[in-house]
Design a protein around this ligand. Structure first.
Ligand SMILES: C[S@@+](CC[C@H](N)C(=O)[O-])C[C@H]1O[C@@H](n2cnc3c(N)ncnc32)[C@H](O)[C@@H]1O
Ligand SMILES: [Zn+2]
Length: 381
């Protein structure tokens, strides 16, 4: 039996969802799941699908079908969407949603365990042009299956809600789950996204698949990464060339990218704290992201437009950043104006931008010593 349902709307799609999920702060996972707060996650998905026009889309953990049905309704008039879900109640609601929106004939509803379905594509030709993995918690157990089910050139999108683990709060868990050493840092959310992408690239290595990041965002409690699949051993090797480590010195706060983990800072000999393996290469397909961001703005999807718009220019910077809060607290000064630090750095010939993956962060090509002088100067001014 279905729980009491309410009708809600996202984009041009009407969705039946468990009524209590619209009121609860933390929507229940049982008897069926829907999280209205994940709307930005789905808005970005729809905009990216509109920009890439996949003919086939796999919603591998479909829940009540919000994402898959939106893709079928809003991304294209011909896309075939497969929705996989092992909770029969959620899948029944997803079916109702597909019918409500007139896209049932293009939606295949699969009542199956997700990994069994994903791996069932192994060695077969029926693969997908887009694969989305949106689990509760870590996506790690689904990664190889997701890559296996993705066609060459397909776009894979992954949600991780184990954000604290990836941000360095639970290093033991991160090591076990992602095979990566993590520590807390001034650029925790960027590091989290990069550790996740590094993991995707290494799992890709297992099945001779390369990953090419297209977009990423850190919103509310979750992280999202989008990457293209490039099949073939050489492409996988090329992707793995973008996997390295980021080391922060506890003494002089210098941050560097290294091929292997290091123990001591090359500048001052202080203790280095390393995060990695992680993706230290580019994160963004600028053209695609600009198009999707513009689309989101046109639709009035401000959260999604903001998340995508914030990525502009990010690849011109090193794969880390600095926290204004951390620096001002170390310096014992009250907060400084972010813009004044940026202007000071720019006036000395450096580039700087707001950290797209965290609230008070700064990205710059200037070394820490120059960031510090700019903060000190701003604090005086
Ligand atoms: C976070 S929810 C998906 C939400 C959905 N993508 C949306 O945007 O509304 C995760 C879903 O995966 C389902 N699930 C969890 N583990 C699964 C598995 N191993 N196989 C199939 N479905 C699974 C859960 O029942 C739940 O509905
Ligand atoms: Zn140092």
């Amino acid at each position: 039996m279905l729980p009491k349902l309410a009708l809600t709307r996202e984009g041009s799609t009407e969705l039946f969802v468990p009524a209590e999920s619209l009121r609860a702060k933390d929507p229940k996972t049982f008897p069926a799941f829907f999280n209205p707060a994940a709307r930005v996650n789905r808005d970005v998905s729809v905009a990216v699908a509109r920009a890439t026009r996949p003919a086939t889309f796999l919603d591998a953990l479909a829940g009540t079908g919000a994402r898959g049905v939106r893709i079928a309704k809003e991304a294209s008039e011909s896309a075939k969407v497969t929705l996989v879900e092992f909770n029969a109640t959620s899948l029944a609601i997803a079916r109702k949603n597909a019918k409500r929106n007139g896209v049932y004939s293009r939606c295949e509803m699969v009542h199956e365990e997700s990994n069994a379905y994903l791996h069932s594509r192994f060695g077969r030709l029926e693969r997908f042009e887009a694969v989305d993995v949106d689990p509760f918690g870590t996506p790690a157990p689904y990664m190889q299956g997701a890559l296996t089910a993705a066609d060459d050139g397909a776009l894979v999108s992954i949600t991780a809600t184990d954000t604290a683990t990836l941000c360095g709060v639970y290093p033991t868990v991160a090591l076990r789950r992602y095979g990566a050493r993590v520590v807390k840092s001034e650029f925790a959310h960027e590091a989290a996204i990069r550790v996740l992408l590094g993991f995707c690239a290494r799992v890709g290595g297992v099945v001779d698949i390369g990953v090419e990041p297209v977009a990423a965002h850190s919103t509310l409690h979750y992280l999202r990464v989008y990457f293209r699949v490039a099949r073939g051993a050489a492409k996988s090797d090329r992707a793995l060339g973008n996997v390295g480590h980021v080391a922060s010195c506890v003494a002089c706060h210098r941050v560097t990218v290294t091929a292997d983990p290091i123990k001591a800072c090359a500048e001052c000999g202080g203790k280095a704290r390393c995060i990695g393996p992680q993706w230290v290469g580019n994160l963004v397909d600028e053209k695609l992201v600009a198009e999707a961001a513009k689309d989101c703005s046109r639709q009035g999807w401000t959260g999604a437009a903001g998340a995508l718009g914030a990525l502009e220019g990010v690849d011109a910077f090193p794969p880390f950043g600095y926290s204004m809060e951390a620096i001002t607290s170390r310096e014992g000064v009250s907060s400084v104006r972010f813009q004044s630090v940026v202007e000071l750095l720019r006036s000395s010939g450096r580039s700087a931008m707001r950290q797209p993956f965290g609230s008070s962060g700064l990205k710059t090509d200037a070394p820490y010593s120059e960031v510090l002088s700019s903060v000190r100067q701003s604090a005086r001014g």
